[in-house]
Design a protein around this ligand. Structure first.
Ligand code: GUN
Ligand code: ZN
Length: 429
């Protein structure tokens, strides 16, 4: 048995602050002690209460002056796209063809996939992200390399081999049959191994034949506890294309519904151009949306309406969508998400932004019983934020004591420089 404690200021969400609870959905504990037993959270209490009760042999890591928040949850990212970030293109389909597909070809080489997986996970960790739902390439070895790298770091990661059998370069195509067979082998090898989970990953409806989507549905039925991830209604031209390809479906989302790909633990990137019936279907099926603000702005895809989705009962998680997204930092992603909602006339409370990046992401991924806040029994994944990381932050955060106000400034002004340390299962990276 290992027992340790972290001494710092703590901030975490206990519920959705948008559901009428406001800041009371957040616990803000100045000078607290987080006790960790065998990598799991034992409890969080004021240091003044707990210190006299603790035996002398417990190791205390002293982060006083820092703000500890739950590890960030990135609900949608592409690890093979680390080398296409910030590539100039017009919009989504142009960007995919000019940069993304050619880059993904390199992942046929296992050694390349291993090197990139290591690079990607290092970026996540330095940014305080401890869980992500990740697209690999069509090559099964790209998923092997990613899972092996995540396992080595004991990270809670969800990933899957990308499936596409049409409308992409020949060199990136699988088939309905090989998609089924290779995904199944990866599920058997990696799903539920340690902290890893498998996501059935059709890239998006335009690059899968109906036969391949049906194979995905079959996999989903045969493995009901796996995840499903894809893209939907990201850009207007993509929506038009999907509707042309599937004239028998009521909507783009309905293509996935008919294939049996809407359910709990199914997470769809973007979800910008949906209608009310789509949102109702997502809510009823427990399907979640990944809000990708930096990507949606960069590719000019559109403004995701968080309030509209929440009002319809859709769970939203926040996501970087690297490399359509332009930052690994979930602090930056929260800041951009805030600005997108401002443009829509919605003012998000700082607590809602913290929620989106932590507990809501855990809920979107069906992992709220394991991660997302500091409730006893959860896994001790967290980020230690430095309110004085930069001269500007030091001036701004030194002015007010309120933890949510400091957190808001950290989001707006911070990036990985504001992440002093990341802990995974109670261990510092
Ligand atoms: N739609 C299909 N593939 C992709 C991708 O790689 N990135 C984004 N942002 N959208 C997609
Ligand atoms: Zn994506």
């Amino acid at each position: 048995m290992t027992l340790k404690a972290i001494r710092a200021d703590f901030l975490h969400c206990l519920a959705d602050p948008g559901a009428g609870a406001g800041a009371t959905a957040c616990e803000d504990l100045a000078d607290g002690l987080l006790v960790i037993r065998d990598g799991l959270i034992d409890g969080l209490q004021p240091a003044a209460t707990l210190l006299p009760l603790l035996g002398g042999d417990i190791e205390i890591e002293d982060w006083r002056g820092h703000l500890v928040v739950p590890g960030f949850v990135d609900t949608h990212a592409h690890y093979p796209q680390v080398d296409v970030i910030a590539s100039h293109a017009t919009q989504l389909l142009d960007w995919l063809e000019r940069y993304t597909y050619p880059e993904e070809r390199k992942f046929a080489e296992r050694s390349h996939a291993e090197a990139v997986a290591t690079f990607f996970l290092d970026r996540l960790i330095e940014n305080g992200t401890t869980t992500a739902a990740v697209f690999c390439t069509v090559h099964p070895q790209s998923a092997e390399a990613f899972f092996a790298a995540a396992e080595q770091r004991n990270l809670r990661m969800i990933a899957g081999k990308c499936l596409m059998d049409r409308h992409c370069p020949e060199y990136l195509r699988d088939t309905a049959e090989s998609a089924y067979r290779e995904s199944k082998a990866l599920i058997e090898r990696w799903h539920g191994k340690g902290r890893l989970g498998y996501a059935i990953t059709p890239r998006f409806a335009p690059t899968s034949t109906p036969a391949q989507l049906a194979a995905c549905g079959r996999l989903a039925r045969e493995h009901p506890d796996t995840w499903i991830q894809s893209h939907v209604a990201e850009s207007k031209s993509e929506v038009t294309w999907a509707r042309e390809l599937f004239p028998g479906s009521r909507s783009y989302l309905d293509v996935y519904d008919r294939a049996g790909l809407l359910r709990e633990r199914a997470v769809y990137g973007h979800c910008i151009w949906l209608d009310d019936a789509d949102r109702a279907r997502m809510a009823a099926s427990g399907t979640a949306a990944a809000f990708c603000p930096t990507s949606n702005l960069f590719l000019g895809s559109g403004l995701y309406d968080y309030r509209q989705a929440s009002a319809a009962g859709v769970t939203t998680g926040l996501a970087t969508d690297v490399g359509g997204g332009t930052s690994y930092s979930m602090l930056t992603t929260m800041a951009e998400g805030y600005k997108v909602q401002q443009l829509l006339g919605t003012n998000l409370h700082p607590a809602e932004l913290l929620y989106l990046a932590t507990l809501a992401g855990a809920q979107a991924l069906g992992l709220a019983h394991r991660i997302g806040n500091f409730a006893p029994g959860k896994e001790a994944d967290f980020a230690v934020l430095a309110p004085a990381a930069t001269p500007q932050l030091a001036r701004r955060t030194g002015l007010r004591e309120n933890a949510l106000d400091r957190f808001f400034a950290l989001m707006m002004l911070g990036d990985k420089r504001a992440v002093a340390a990341t802990y995974v299962m109670g261990n510092r990276f």
